[in-house]
Design a protein around this ligand. Structure first.
Ligand code: KIV
Length: 276
């Protein structure tokens, strides 16, 4: 597949093959058609319409008030802008923390808007819902570790799974989500060693954000890695705009291409962008 120019949208099986062949997977968030076109040109494997749009598009201080209609609108915009990346739509707060049947109805709307897969935050508590969706044809990407929708119960945006019992619980949840049919899992803000262990015990695709270098792929929030707006970001964010300019790049495409290259060749994330 890598030797040919791909003229169709990537599928989950394409990504599974990449993971099996130790080819790193690149996922970036995106919320509109023009950036989606740039990500497509840079050969990003998948695009996440994340509820991070609450922060980076809507200017809110959390993701909690992002609505299903917001994600539907941005999914449609992204879909129009790109041909190749797999499209994953986030299930915003309150749309998956309901009955499995209601979650299914919400997920159907995201697939109808153009998503190929939905992402659901949460561990053990999302197992039954994940099984309900996956057994009815909805591909699910789980999301564990730091789950921003639970900021109020987690007591802030903190690294998760640092102590032995939290790490054990995370492993148990990840395996249960895999058994429930999830085919991908995002691991956010956890120690690199735990990211590596989870990637070893799971057969499904692991995508890290602040989870070290051993996961099958990496995801970054587009505005964060482009340093928009300029300023301090989380430890796991690399400023690819600055790095591209330092390399003679002049535009957003050169920044995204550099991120793709560094993720693919394993240069990102280095220890500087990871947690011990
Ligand atoms: O909403 C989002 O952008 C996310 C990523 C940080 C994984 O969930």
């Amino acid at each position: 597949m890598s030797a040919q120019v791909l003229t169709r949208r990537l599928t989950i099986s394409d990504l599974q093959k990449k993971a099996i062949n130790n080819e790193k997977i690149v996922m970036l968030t995106c919320y509109d058609a023009s950036f989606a076109k740039v990500l497509d040109m840079a050969k990003v494997d998948c695009i996440l319409i994340g509820d991070s749009l609450g922060n980076v598009i809507q200017g809110k201080d959390s993701t909690l008030s992002v609505s299903l209609d917001d994600i539907i609108y941005h999914t449609k915009c992204v879909k129009r802008g790109c041909q190749t990346p797999l499209i994953i739509a986030d299930m915003p707060f309150g749309t998956s923390q309901v009955s499995p049947k209601k979650t299914y109805e919400n997920a159907v709307k995201l697939l109808a808007a153009g998503a190929n897969m939905v992402k659901i935050e949460g561990g053990e508590e999302m197992v039954a819902t994940t099984a309900f969706l996956t057994s009815r044809g909805i591909p699910v990407c789980s999301h564990i570790g730091l789950t921003p929708q639970s900021v109020n119960t987690l007591g802030g945006y903190k690294v998760q799974g640092r102590d032995e019992s939290a790490a054990a619980k995370m492993k148990q949840s990840a395996l249960a989500l895999q058994d429930a049919g999830a085919t991908m899992i995002v691991l956010e803000a956890i120690p690199s060693a735990l990211g590596e262990e989870l990637s070893k015990i799971l057969d499904i695709i692991t995508i890290g954000i602040g989870a070290g270098a051993a996961t099958d792929g990496q995801v970054l929030v587009l505005q964060d890695m482009l340093n928009i707006p300029p300023g301090k970001k989380a430890k796991f964010v690399k400023n690819y705009m600055a790095a591209a300019i330092a390399n003679g790049g002049t535009d957003v495409l050169s920044a995204v291409e550099l991120a793709v290259k560094e993720i693919k060749n394993g240069d990102f994330p280095s220890a500087e962008y990871s947690y011990n």
